[in-house]
Design a protein around this ligand. Structure first.
Ligand code: CS2
Length: 476
């Protein structure tokens, strides 16, 4: 271990009030920072136990640092590091699932928060219903010791009920519409299959606030570790790099009203978060995905490089022009200014957010990022050539060969199925028809409306390349 290894400085260690499932870079750059700020402002026992549902990497990196790490805010001209000391432990679920359940059932724990990504909810993206055939759900129905995030939630709530303890609040921080309602429905569905009385108890006493989370946080790289060493003089094996911007809107609905003083940390506590959520999912995540597929195909490695290419910069603006009419702004927000601010955030050249990273899991992301917007646009009698081009770019991308003929490593739970459907079809038109037939992503009525405009875009992408296909539309 390097002599100058980062170590926790504060002896004071609040009790654990939060267990977080899915401790990736995003939550360490976001939720942990808010909780640290809330405790600094108002105190409280809100120490966090992080849980990795798969790999031991984060635990292995952080344990020699006594769970401290550096959060680095990157603006276009510089970097500001800050030590975060809010984690009390990191557990690796597959190594010791019972330890995770015990942590979640502890009397001091009031909140279980989650960032498990879209696919971690084991649901059908098009309907929001539980995918009871999912292998992890099948496993969790057959065994007391779970593997899925939903399984952990339900089994830990079962333990709490048996122990006479109140449920914890389930605080989802994933980019899904009505994320609290969604996880509530899924937890109740799974609990109902295990024990209907348990489901009723969760329904009566559980709380599932919806949230809108926002901070661009690329995956940490080896270069970032070297940057932090140069900045701070110490070695941190797992820093997190993020933009300065941060926004958290949370429905103020917690079991017994118990939560950190999030408002003191700058979060917005609201009665209903859906306007914030729609705006962010459609305007940020929707354009992020559109730029990720098209930018990747055109050879751009990061979002900053993509929007720095004038054709794609214009594409981003043209996408917002289509998206804006479908969004109801949250009180006091001007959507034009919001789009301008997004553009500046994307253009921040110190943030190396890879198009390949954002392109992951498109089958789980498209419905809430692009397809809801398209549905509303068609219902209003309008067309949306840019959004249709984005869907076509995703179709080109999941064929797993880029425009120079190189293979693409497509990360998606449906990757094999997507590639097989694409490969079996000879023409762009046939590929579009085959992919639109996936009902888990495209409901039949929407698929019908997408057929012609997406085919038109696909024909141009396959014939001219994505960049020229965009140019043809934005110059028209
Ligand atoms: C991105 C998001 O990876 C992705 O799909 O669109 O992680 C995005 O950076 C965050 O939602 C920003 O808050």
């Amino acid at each position: 271990m390097p002599a100058n290894r980062l170590k926790r400085q504060t002896a004071d260690r609040p009790n654990t009030g939060i267990v977080h499932l899915g401790l990736g870079a995003f939550f360490r750059a976001f939720g942990c920072v808010y909780v640290a700020d809330a405790m600094q402002a108002s105190g409280g026992d809100w120490g966090i136990v992080g849980v990795s549902l798969r790999s031991a990497t984060t635990r292995d990196a952080l344990q020699d640092q006594d769970w401290a790490y550096t959060s680095v805010s990157l603006d276009p001209t510089g970097a500001t590091p800050r030590a975060i000391e809010v984690l009390n432990d990191v557990l690796v679920a597959p190594e010791n699932p019972q330890a995770v359940l015990d942590a979640m059932a502890a009397a001091s724990v009031k909140i279980v928060s989650l960032t498990v990504t879209e696919k971690g909810y084991c649901h059908h993206p098009a309907t929001g219903r539980l995918n009871a055939d999912h292998p992890d759900i099948q496993h969790d129905l057959a065994h007391d010791v779970p593997v899925s995030a939903l399984g952990y939630l339900v089994r830990a709530l079962q333990m709490r009920r048996a122990l006479g303890r109140p449920p914890f609040t389930i605080l989802t921080c994933d980019n899904l519409p009505d994320n609290g309602r969604l996880v509530q429905g899924l937890v109740l569905e799974l609990a109902g299959l295990i024990d209907p009385d348990l489901a009723q108890w969760i329904k009566d006493f559980g709380r599932f606030p919806c949230t809108m989370v926002d901070r661009i946080t690329p995956a940490t790289t080896a270069d970032d570790i070297a940057t932090v060493q140069a900045l701070t003089g110490y070695h941190d094996a797992a820093p997190v790099m993020h933009e300065p911007f941060s926004q958290w809107a949370i429905e103020d609905d917690f079991v017994g009203g118990q939560r950190p003083d999030f408002a003191a940390a700058g979060a917005e506590l609201v009665a209903n978060v859906s306007a914030h959520e729609d705006m962010k999912l459609r305007m940020l995540n929707g354009t992020h995905s559109a730029l990720a597929y098209s930018g990747y195909l055109a050879g751009h490695e990061t979002i900053a490089q993509t929007v720095g290419d004038p054709v794609f910069g214009t594409f981003a603006r043209a996408l917002w022009a289509e998206i804006l009419p479908t969004v109801t702004p949250p009180p006091g927000v001007d959507l034009g200014s919001y789009a301008d601010a997004l553009f500046d955030r994307y253009a921040n050249g110190n943030i190396r957010h890879r198009t390949w990273q954002i392109a992951m899991d498109g089958s789980q992301k498209l419905p809430q990022r692009l397809l809801g917007t398209l549905r509303d646009t068609f219902e209003a009698g309008q067309s949306a050539p840019m959004l249709c081009l984005a869907v076509a770019a995703w179709m080109r991308y999941v064929g797993a060969v880029d425009e120079s003929g190189n293979p693409i490593e497509v990360k998606d739970p449906m990757a094999d199925n997507l590639a097989a459907l694409s490969d079996a079809a000879d023409t762009p038109q046939a590929k579009v028809a085959a992919l639109l037939s996936i009902r888990e992503i495209f409901p039949a009525d929407l698929a019908g409306k997408l057929q012609d405009p997406v085919t038109e875009a696909a024909e141009d992408i396959w014939a001219l390349g994505v960049r020229a296909a965009i140019e043809k539309r934005t110059m028209a």
